[in-house]
Structures are given as structure tokens and as C-alpha cells.
Design a protein around this ligand. Structure first.
Ligand SMILES: CCCCCCCCCCCCCC(=O)SCCNC(=O)CCNC(=O)[C@H](O)C(C)(C)COP(=O)(O)OP(=O)(O)OC[C@H]1O[C@@H](n2cnc3c(N)ncnc32)[C@H](O)[C@@H]1OP(=O)(O)O
Ligand SMILES: CCCCCCCC/C=C\CCCCCCCC(=O)OC[C@@H](O)COP(=O)(O)O
Length: 270
């Protein structure tokens, strides 16, 4: 009789085995809940180590997040490490498909590097709090002038405090199998700080993560770190061409590592 109590315990493995939709929701809920938990553990660690908001806390966050990929069945294949072996400040730009990008980001995140995020993330419970402790710069995307001035201030801080910044120049997540046209903030920032840009491309998640079809399988993500693009001597006049150049390089690499042809009709940046 007592063994009947075990039956509900079998439901989860059976659903795992039979329903891809169940796996999808299970993995997504697990991801959010587990990141919340990791953030909760990280908060006191950050406070003890640095006493408050400090970019050095990104080391703790990076360390805490690195194993999450195993639970989700994800693998990273990373190339181009040599391009990150550069001293001083720089701006990393990468494409943005999902919140899972955080896992790839933490695989390669250099020391003294933080990121720019939408201010709504600040309200994401413990995750928001740990982002604040890690020195993440929050911008209000609905108020462009505010966002621009925050980014201009950030360029100064970058030079003064010798920090690196990771920006998602698409400005939003996108899973259209292509890269959205870039916004200009990251490029203004790099030119204002006269710091090089290092592009990093994530391959398409469409072979394992399908939002519409509700599938979240195991998979491998290719991360390609590209050679730096210098901005020394450039002015705000050059921002548009710098932005277009970066977009073209990243889009062709994205299509190449995602197994698509470069002739596909994606959004144009022009
Ligand atoms: C343990 C638990 C751990 C948890 C993990 C934590 C990790 C968390 C990771 C979190 C990851 C979270 C990830 C996230 O949250 S991603 C979302 C947030 N990030 C971004 O949005 C970044 C990218 N956005 C931009 O760059 C935009 O440009 C902004 C927002 C700044 C403006 O937007 P807008 O839509 O308006 O764009 P526009 O580019 O067409 O610009 C319009 C005009 O302004 C000019 N302009 C632009 N900028 C500057 C400037 N600085 N100085 C002078 N001028 C400037 C520009 O040239 C243009 O003029 P013109 O050229 O047409 O004449
Ligand atoms: C109690 C509050 C509950 C809030 C729940 C949200 C918590 C999120 C928790 C765990 C996920 C961990 C990774 C967090 C960082 C990912 C941030 C992210 O990817 O933001 C999206 C933003 O780039 C673009 O947003 P839009 O596509 O423009 O929108």
C-alpha cells in the first residue's frame, strides 16, 4: 500500500520522457528559479567581499553561474580566446537571443567587465540585486536622452576605473534567426572612450531552443570571439560606418556558425 505514495514521484520522469512541452516549461522554470537562488547566495558573498556595488563582484557572479549549463544540457564551443588577451578598457558587443545568453557571457567574461542592461532588470528580485552589486549599468530605453547620457558617463568611468563593458547592440532579445540592426550606443561609447570593440558572436539557438514550438533540447552553442576593431582617432562622425562595419562582420559570422547561407534575407542595417 505504502508504495502507492511513490506513484506521484514517477509522474515527473514519465512526463520528461514523453512530453517535450513539459521539458520546455520545466527547464525554463528551473532556470529562473535556480538563477534566483544563485543570486540569493551571491548577494552576501558580494557584500562581504566588496562591501557594496563593485565591479569585482562580477568574479563571484561569473563563478556562480558557470555550472548552470550542465543542468540545461548545454555545451559551449569557444574560439578566438586570443582576441580577449588585450589589456585596458574595451567594449564587447554580442548578439542577444535570450536570457540564456548570460550563460555564454559568464563563460568568456573578462576580469573587470560589466554590462549594460535595461532598468527593468533591477526589479527582478535577487537577480536584480546581484546585477546592481556587480556594477551593471542600467539604462531607461524609453527615454533615449537619459540612456545616452548614462552611456556617455559610462565612457568616462570606463577610462577612469579601467573597466570593460559588454553591450548588446541590438538593444533587445531576438530569435528571428538573424541579427537585428544595431543601435548606436555601444559605438558612441567606444569612440568616446577611444577603446577598441571586441565582437563576440553566439550561434543561433534554433537547433535546441524553439520558443514557438515549446522545445528546449540539449545543444551546443558556438561562441566566436572576433579580432578587435580599433577606434583610435575616430570621432562621432565615424560612428555610423563603425556600426555598419561591426554589423556586417558579426552577421556573416553568425550565419556561418549557425549553418545558414550569407544570402538569407534578414533585416538590413541600412
Ligand atoms: C547569479 C545570478 C546572476 C545573474 C546574471 C547577471 C547578468 C545580467 C546580464 C544582463 C543582460 C541584459 C541585457 C539587456 O538588458 S539588453 C537591453 C539594454 N541594452 C541596450 O539597449 C544597449 C544598446 N542600446 C543602445 O545602444 C541605444 O543606442 C540607446 C539605448 C543608447 C538609445 O536608443 P535608441 O533607440 O534611441 O537608439 P539609436 O542607437 O538609434 O540612437 C538614436 C540617436 O542617438 C544617437 N546616440 C546613441 N547613443 C549615443 C551616445 N551615447 N552619445 C551620443 N549620441 C548617441 C545615435 O547616433 C542616433 O542618432 P543618429 O545617428 O540617428 O543621428
Ligand atoms: C520577483 C520578480 C520576478 C522577476 C522574474 C525575472 C527573473 C529573471 C531571472 C532569472 C534569469 C536569469 C538571467 C537574467 C538576466 C537576463 C536578462 C535579459 O536577458 O534581459 C532581457 C533584455 O536583455 C532584453 O529584454 P527585451 O527582450 O527587450 O524584453
Amino acid at each position: 500500500m505504502e508504495v502507492l505514495w511513490l506513484l506521484p514521484l514517477l509522474v515527473v520522469p514519465i512526463l520528461f520522457w514523453t512530453s517535450t512541452t513539459f521539458v520546455f516549461y520545466f527547464k525554463k522554470c528551473f532556470y529562473v528559479a535556480y538563477m534566483m537562488l544563485l543570486a540569493m547566495i551571491s548577494i552576501p558573498m558580494c557584500i562581504v567581499k566588496s562591501g557594496g556595488r563593485d565591479i569585482e563582484n562580477m568574479r563571484i557572479i561569473r563563478f556562480m553561474v558557470r555550472h548552470v549549463k550542465y543542468f540545461l544540457g548545454l555545451r559551449f564551443e569557444i574560439s578566438g580566446w586570443e582576441h580577449l588577451q588585450t589589456g585596458g578598457p574595451y567594449v564587447i558587443i554580442s548578439n542577444h537571443q535570450s536570457s540564456i545568453d548570460v550563460l555564454g557571457m559568464m563563460e568568456v567574461l573578462p576580469d573587470r567587465c560589466t554590462t549594460i542592461a535595461k532598468k527593468e532588470l533591477l526589479w527582478a528580485g535577487t537577480v536584480g540585486m546581484v546585477c546592481w552589486l556587480g556594477g551593471i549599468v542600467f539604462i531607461n530605453r524609453k527615454k533615449t536622452s537619459d540612456a545616452k547620457s548614462v552611456m556617455t558617463d559610462t565612457a568616462k568611468i570606463m577610462l577612469h576605473d579601467k573597466i570593460r563593458l559588454w553591450v548588446f547592440p541590438e538593444g533587445t532579445r531576438n530569435q528571428k534567426g538573424d541579427i537585428l540592426p544595431f543601435k548606436k550606443g555601444a559605438f558612441h561609447l567606444a569612440v568616446q572612450a577611444q577603446a577598441p570593440i571586441i565582437p563576440i558572436v553566439f550561434s543561433s539557438y534554433s537547433n535546441f531552443y524553439l520558443r514557438k514550438e515549446k522545445e528546449f533540447k540539449s545543444g551546443t552553442i558556438t561562441l566566436k570571439i572576433l579580432p578587435k576593431i580599433e577606434t583610435k582617432g575616430l570621432t562621432s562622425e565615424d560612428v555610423s560606418s563603425l556600426c555598419d562595419r561591426s554589423y556586417d562582420v558579426m552577421r556573416s559570422v553568425f550565419l556561418e556558425i549557425s549553418g545558414q547561407t550569407s544570402q538569407s534575407n534578414g533585416p538590413s542595417n541600412h
